[in-house]
Structures are given as structure tokens and as C-alpha cells.
Design a protein around this ligand. Structure first.
Ligand code: PLP
Length: 316
């Protein structure tokens, strides 16, 4: 790792404003606004890229090892090469956060197929590119939605890309289904959406997994969805709390009849849903198990078993 620019910035380039933050690419750290890839990169032209996102809360990474392991699995499945070891990637991520000074951060590591020097159509000739960055923490749900719950719509007109086409365990930017659905959800007055798989069962939403609570037990879709780290964390917390939790098919009928609904993501944690397609979920308030899991989730951010503390420079 070489040393370069330090500190967060609000960059302005070509009339565009960039978030504060620090990035790492081509062996150098730089302000977020300076981290740019070529338009010829296969990551852009073919969505030939994988990524992972971890968050830092109160100066601590949460479950970083699980995110690094998933990133490594995604890279292997796509035959992408990052020359850094896991420890070196961890050091880069920590350094991005330290240099940014951010106590609450959204931290991403990604690898694109890159560019072939001859613009060859053979992906083996492209030079893979690793990029990492830390920007201010962002959440699927805003503060009001975290307190009162989100209004979610089930969208029927667009289906999640099937796992036979794109393996959802490779964390990916194939989001056209999710973004198309999101616009439909906004048109219908909702705040976010969940879409179905090609068999008509509930799948996932833009950047999150979904859970329902029924008679004290938890259910979440298993097939055709990313197995999120927050989803996994819910299973871990449920076990510790003696709550039965099941990964299985979820019908729209089951979703509509749920006692409680919540969604899970690194970007927001455990987030209550209190309205579904215009109808109240339960009494329209975040349910008791959702709240208990929410509290346990954030308490675990203090537990050294799951959290890595960032040693910030005192000047920042
Ligand atoms: N599903 C999709 C499609 C996602 O993109 C994400 C996160 O970005 C998730 C689920 C939630 O995964 P995690 O809990 O690891 O953030």
C-alpha cells in the first residue's frame, strides 16, 4: 500500500458533486471524487463485476470476516483475480475508513473484469481491477422509516433474474429488475418493493432480504436470493433467542398474512415493514419480535466477536 492523499472530501468534478470518502484503486488511496474507472471496463459494459459491502458503525466494522469470505467466493465463481490477500484487503478497507475519518461508513470492495489492452472480446485478456472505498453510512430506511416502518409493495410485473441465469450468491450489480420494480413501487405510492422469483414466490428487494414472523417463528426465502450477511445474522440472533427460523419458499399469501414483516441489509440492518400494498401489517406498528431482533442486532455491534475496532489517527 502506498501513501497518497488523506482525508475525506466533497469532490466536484465536471460539475458533479461526489460524496465524502476515501477510495483505493491501482495501489493508491485517493479522495472519493478521484476514483474513476474507464468506460471501456467490462464492469460497466457488461456488468462483469462483483462486490461486497460491509458497514462501520461507531468506529467498528461489523462481521468483516463474513463479508471478506463472501467476496472471495464471488471472485472465485467469476474467475476474477485480486492479487491482495484477505489480510491485505482488510488493511485497505480499514485504511479507507481511517483516512476518511468516518465513524459510520458504508465500505465497499469490488473487482471488475477490467479492460483488455486490445479491446479484445476475450474476458481472459482483461486486466481485473480491484477498487475499495468508504463513504458515509447509508440505509435503505431513513430515521422515520426505521421508527415507524416502511411501506412495501409486492411487484408482480417484473421477476427476479433466475438463479439459473445469474447465481445470486455472487453479489452483483444486475439490478435492472429491482430498479424497474422500484419505479413501479414509487408510482404506486410505496417506499420500497419486493419482487417475486420466476415461480411466483417472494424473492428479495433492492439491496435487502425479507423476513416474516408468524406465530413466533421466522421465515425468509431461500432460493433465488442473495444469502445476505444480515439475513445470516438474523438466524444467529434467532438461535440465541430461541426463535425458530426457517429458510424456505414464501408465497405472497404468507406475506400478506404475516404477523410482522422486516427487511435486512448491511445498508440499514433490520428494518420494520408496517404497510404492505397499502394495508397495515398487524396493528401498523413495528412488531415485538422485529424490535427485539433490531435491539439485539445493534447491541452486537459492540461485541468484539463480531466487531473490529478502527484505530483512527487522533488528528481526524
Ligand atoms: N439482496 C440483494 C440483492 C442485495 O444487493 C443485498 C445487499 O446489497 C442483500 C440482499 C442484503 O445482503 P447483506 O445483508 O449482506 O447486506
Amino acid at each position: 500500500m502506498s501513501t497518497m492523499t488523506t482525508g475525506a472530501d466533497i469532490g466536484r468534478i465536471d460539475g458533479l458533486t461526489y460524496p465524502t470518502g476515501v477510495a483505493y484503486m491501482a495501489g493508491q488511496f485517493m479522495p472519493m471524487s478521484e476514483a474513476r474507472i474507464s468506460v471501456l471496463d467490462w464492469g460497466l459494459l457488461h456488468s462483469d463485476v462483483t462486490y461486497d459491502t460491509v458497514h462501520v458503525w461507531n468506529g467498528r466494522f461489523f462481521r468483516l470476516d463474513l463479508h471478506l469470505a463472501r467476496f472471495r467466493r464471488s471472485l472465485a465463481k467469476l474467475r476474477l483475480t485480486v492479487s491482495l490477500t484477505d489480510d491485505e484487503i482488510r488493511d485497505v478497507l480499514v485504511e479507507c475508513v481511517k483516512r476518511s475519518g468516518l465513524r459510520n461508513a458504508y465500505v465497499e470492495m469490488l473487482c471488475t473484469r477490467g479492460i483488455s489492452p486490445t479491446f479484445s472480446r476475450d474476458p481472459r485478456e482483461a486486466i481485473n481491477q480491484f477498487v475499495a472505498f468508504a463513504v458515509p453510512y447509508g440505509s435503505v430506511a431513513n430515521a422515520r422509516q426505521l421508527k415507524e416502518g416502511l411501506h412495501l409493495h409486492v411487484i408482480d410485473t417484473v421477476r427476479r433474474i433466475p438463479p439459473e441465469s445469474v447465481d445470486p450468491q455472487i453479489k452483483n450489480y444486475h439490478w435492472l429488475d429491482l430498479v424497474t420494480a422500484l419505479f413501479e413501487g414509487y408510482d404506486a405510492g410505496a417506499e420500497t418493493v419486493v419482487i417475486k422469483d420466476t415461480a411466483g414466490d417472494i424473492a428479495e428487494g433492492p439491496g435487502f432480504n425479507i423476513f416474516i414472523v408468524n406465530e413466533g417463528e421466522l421465515y425468509t426465502p431461500e432460493r433465488g436470493v442473495l444469502h445476505g450477511i444480515t439475513r445470516r445474522t438474523v438466524f444467529d440472533l434467532a438461535e440465541a433467542m430461541n426463535l425458530p427460523a426457517h429458510a424456505c419458499n414464501m408465497s405472497e399469501t404468507a406475506l400478506r398474512g404475516a404477523d410482522e414483516i422486516f427487511i435486512t441489509s448491511t445498508a440499514g440492518g433490520i428494518m420494520p415493514v408496517t404497510k404492505l400494498n397499502g394495508a397495515l401489517v398487524g396493528d401498523g406498528k413495528p412488531g415485538p419480535l422485529t424490535r427485539a431482533l433490531f435491539d439485539a442486532y445493534w447491541a452486537k455491534h459492540e461485541d468484539p466477536a463480531w466487531a473490529v475496532t478502527v484505530e483512527y489517527d487522533s488528528a481526524l
